[in-house]
Design a protein around this ligand. Structure first.
Ligand code: HEM
Length: 337
């Protein structure tokens, strides 16, 4: 009796094991895969790259915005292209795109241009979320940065809610805040310092950092500057950004090489010249401070490139929809009817 019970419990355990294996295989099937479109849209990567060459030739300053679009996509509802959806009723139910942190995003038209090319080549096949991931990678490559394999198969979400952009770290973040917000997305201190290196590309509107120049603690007088910012740099930034409220002037985040992806960002941060408070915050923690110091020597750029590629792969996996989830949008700016 005892042995037949143990036999049946052994069989039960084996069945449970087999079920677990089956389930884990099923979820593995739903993972992203570099060759995801090899049968359905075999030239997807070439098409995106070709379009990107044309787009960046016409508008080189879009390299930064493409990288930022992918980041802002992935941090809200995962990399599901929810950032691209237009509000249907902007007054009552604004989409992510109309939330303050996303007002300065650019490049939406170019994303649709790439999507249109893919619609002609392989209709209703490639998701807008994958388009964003590929465009971000190609933007970095074409700006002189590293490449990485982009695993594909993300599906597009059908929901976009402005208030959910509170998951994006604000530029005023200190290190504790950055750590919490990145940890919520499965990213660690190393990812923070490495991905912040994306600020080697692009520009920031003055309003994203003028509090540091004119009104850091609310005293609103000429002496009220962020002590984490180099004094000479404060003067220079003030000459570019004339008032606290200036939300039109753009400042290069890595002056002189804002169109080139390099490790120069870390030299700036090490000299207390990181433009955003969140850039300076990398000096607050021993791990990230050490990384900044090492990269500031200029001797380890290849290591930064490898690290950046690795962290981008991690970021590109955040909360992805796969398999039967979501949809493949026809137009990146609207959910399917
Ligand atoms: C660590 C937390 C981060 C904060 C607080 C932050 C904040 C910002 C802000 C405020 C701007 C300027 C927006 C404007 O005023 O126009 C900006 C620009 C940019 N960010 Fe970040 N960011 C962070 C991380 C990242 C990450 C992870 C990436 C990508 C890997 C990234 C890529 C960029 C790029 C490329 C730009 C320039 C965009 C352009 O030229 O229009 N950022 N970021």
């Amino acid at each position: 009796m005892a042995s037949s019970r143990s036999l049946s419990s052994r069989i039960g355990a084996m069945l449970a094991g087999a079920l677990l294996l089956l389930l884990s295989t099923a979820s593995a099937v739903a993972q992203l895969d570099v060759g995801f479109y090899s049968k359905t849209c075999p030239h997807v990567e070439e098409i995106v790259r070709q379009e990107m060459l044309g787009i960046l030739k016409e508008a080189p300053t879009l390299a930064g915005p493409f990288l930022r679009l992918h980041f802002h996509d992935c941090f809200v509802r995962g990399c599901d292209a929810s950032v691209l959806i237009d509000s249907t009723d902007v007054a009552n139910s604004p989409a992510e795109k109309d939330a303050p942190p996303n007002k300065s995003l650019r490049g939406f038209g170019a994303v649709q241009r790439v999507k249109d090319r893919l619609q002609s080549a392989c209709p209703n096949t490639v998701s807008c979320a994958d388009v964003l991931a590929l465009m971000a990678r190609d933007a970095v490559v074409l700006a002189g940065g590293p490449t990485w394999p982009v695993a594909l198969g993300r599906r597009d979400g059908r929901v976009s809610i402005a208030s959910e952009t509170n998951q994006l770290p604000p530029p005023t973040s200190n290190f504790t805040r950055l750590s919490k917000m990145f940890a919520a997305k499965g990213l660690d201190a190393k990812d923070i310092v490495v991905l912040s290196g994306g600020h080697t590309l692009g520009t920031a509107r003055c309003v994203s950092f003028t509090d540091r120049l004119y009104n850091f603690s609310g005293a609103n007088n000429p002496a009220d500057v962020d002590p984490a910012l180099d004094g000479a740099y404060v003067a220079r930034l003030r000459s570019q950004c004339r008032s606290l409220a200036d939300n039109t002037t753009l400042a290069e985040m890595d002056p002189g090489s804002f169109l080139t992806f390099d490790a120069g960002y870390y030299r700036l941060v090490a000299k207390r010249r990181g433009i955003l408070h969140s850039d300076s915050a990398l000096l607050e923690h021993p791990t990230t401070r050490a990384y900044v110091g090492r990269q500031a020597t200029g001797l380890f750029a290849a290591e930064f490139f490898r690290d950046f590629a690795e962290s981008m792969v991690k970021m590109g996996n955040i909360g992805v929809l796969t398999g039967e989830q979501g949809e493949i949008r026809n137009k990146c700016y609207a959910v399917n009817k």
